[in-house]
Design a binder for this molecule. Sequence first.
Ligand code: PLP
Length: 433
Amino acid sequence: MAHPFVTESNILHRDMRCEHLKVVSGEGIRYHLGSGKSISDATCGPSVSILGHGNQEVTDAIIAQLGTIQYVYSGAPLTSEPSEALAKFLLEDRPGGLSKGIFVNSGSEATDAALKLVTQYWHEIGEPNRKFIISRKQSYHGNSIGSLSFVDPCYSFRAKKNGESDAAYVERLRQQLEDTFQRLGPNNVAAFMAEPQSGTTLGCVTATPGYFKMVRDICDKYGALLVLDEIICGMGKTGTMHAWEQEGIRGPDVQTIGKVLGAGFVPLSGVLVHERVFQALVGGSKALLHGHTFQAHPLACAAALAVQKIVRRDNLLENVCEQGLILEKQLRERIAPLPYVADIRGRGLFWGVELMRDPQSKEPFDRSDNFCGKVVDVAMDLGLNLLGSLGHSGELQVDHVIVAPPYIVEEADVVEIVGLLHEAISRVGAEYS
Ligand code: PLP
């Protein structure tokens, strides 16, 4: 899988096993390389570019903002029109009681901001002993903070026992979560944090029905906040604006968003805050004890506002649902029967394909096989950009690839993407048979 060399790069690239292909332009769902080759961006990068590449309206919005004010330091008592308008646009319906927003630059910053806000909340209301954050093994919330992992993820495909019902499995997870609260001391737990649909670590695993209702109930029982990380699965990717809307819960107390918020035109992420949490700050120190130099950057907010207005105006969530059904059917009919394909799961336009040495006995590949890495490399040679992972940071090896095309995708694109994925898995699989 030799890729043409980007000669003498001074960038310390993340993956040093391969050379990096230089993208010179993009249009719709395709990247164009200097060599003249095009690559179908089947995952929006790491689940970011939902409008595809080269959208003129968003570009114009950024240029227009450049012509007014380029930077406002929101740490001082100043704000900007696009950041105010974006917060209003996202929160005017108060989804699940979320009423205020903070805009930062990356998902990791949003995680930090969310957890600091949670800690501040408990100080403001006089319970400073609530310091523990319970999160799930093999979850990914960013690079900058090591939030503590205590409980198992909800991952029925690998964790459910033979013949165990959904209800019994959720009950087992409930017991473990309650035990964890008890071990830490219920009054010491600040929050439980999870991704409603897991992203890069487990590969688009959806929760077992009833799981998040159970989680919400336990948080309420012990007074802990529920923090949902929708950085990768939120803002429409699963077919509803917020992934938690499909879990039958009233919503989180704090929610992080990112990636598709600005669709990659400019980096932007955010933290959405429930009115109750906000009121605790208003009733207390009247300040958010957190900030960044480039917080609520006007150019990023202008870009994100343009992106989100297009998503709403063009009913793109309808397209996510329609094309999502086509994608699911294609994956189940064409990819599921292939050797080494163990599971297909997802929602909307956010799907994972889990790969195993023996799907029957659920025997994973050896880490050294790097099976999904090979699939990603072959797919790239074929002109398909996929996101693949071995499921880092955990006990389980979860080889998977993610298919998450832009919200503007059409049926012909979906068929082409699945065809190339089929070819890539088949070619790598042939090496193993
Ligand atoms: N949270 C989740 C669920 C993510 O998937 C990611 C990134 O993939 C992050 C947080 C961190 O985001 P960033 O890479 O923008 O720092």
